[in-house]
Design a protein around this ligand. Structure first.
Ligand SMILES: O=C(O)c1ccccc1N[C@@H]1O[C@H](COP(=O)(O)O)[C@@H](O)[C@H]1O
Length: 207
């Protein structure tokens, strides 16, 4: 099995960024969506990633944000990748000349097939649980059996934690896994041991 990338999302504190990097996370996610309990501003994210090493991808998560605000955020903080978690169209996602990932809240295999057609230039699709009226970060998993064979890289998200991530990776073999709530002590506050356990579960499956 090839290496499964690991993204730790919803980082709000410097010490949590350092732990994620030290434990071997491949990507760090920052929620630029004010209603989220994990929200940070672009200015805060810039401070948080100031000392993050090269070869660790920094990701900005937006939910139906205006183009003007995204452009502003990108002038404040040089994120490597954009994650769109709302109803953004492909035209909207691609206008920033930055690699992007589109999150899909999965209810059926058809949702995923449609997204593959719709977002051909996305670097990856992120598959998350569908929970009515909530864009993401719900801590809910979805039925992984809905995931078809896909021709583009995809990221498994939604309700992952150290207890289920090995099963998930074994069952569906994603390009990457993304976790937020499953490695938290409370919303927005990460737990060192949970991050460590999560990453080691993924790495153990790969052996
Ligand atoms: O984390 C949030 O608060 C959030 C808010 C709005 C959209 C997405 C959000 N988080 C992303 O949701 C998935 C799953 O999170 P969880 O592991 O189930 O808590 C993940 O990609 C988060 O980055």
């Amino acid at each position: 099995m090839s290496k499964v990338r690991i993204k730790i999302c919803g980082l709000t504190r410097n010490q949590d960024v350092q732990v994620a990097v030290a434990e071997g996370a491949d990507a760090l996610g920052f929620v630029l969506y004010a209603p989220s309990p994990r929200a940070v501003t672009a200015e805060q994210a810039a401070l948080l990633i100031k000392d993050s090493p090269a070869f660790v991808t920094t990701v900005a998560l937006f939910v139906n944000e205006s183009a003007e605000e995204i452009v502003r955020a990108l002038t404040v903080c040089s994120f490597d990748l954009l994650q769109f978690h709302g109803d953004e169209t492909p035209q909207f996602c691609r206008q920033f000349n930055r690699p992007y990932m589109k999150a899909i809240r999965v209810r059926s295999a058809e949702d995923i097939h449609r997204a593959v057609q719709q977002y051909p230039d996305a670097k990856a699709l992120l598959l998350d649980a569908y929970v009515e009226n909530l864009p993401g970060g719900t801590g809910q998993a979805f039925d992984w059996r809905l995931i078809p064979e896909l021709s583009i890289p995809w990221v498994l998200a939604g309700g992952l934690n150290a207890n289920n991530v090995a099963d998930a990776v074994n069952q569906v073999q994603p390009f990457a896994v993304d976790v937020s709530g499953g490695v938290e002590a409370s919303k927005g506050i990460k737990d060192r041991q949970k991050i460590k356990d999560f990453i080691s579960e993924v790495r153990n499956v790969e052996r």
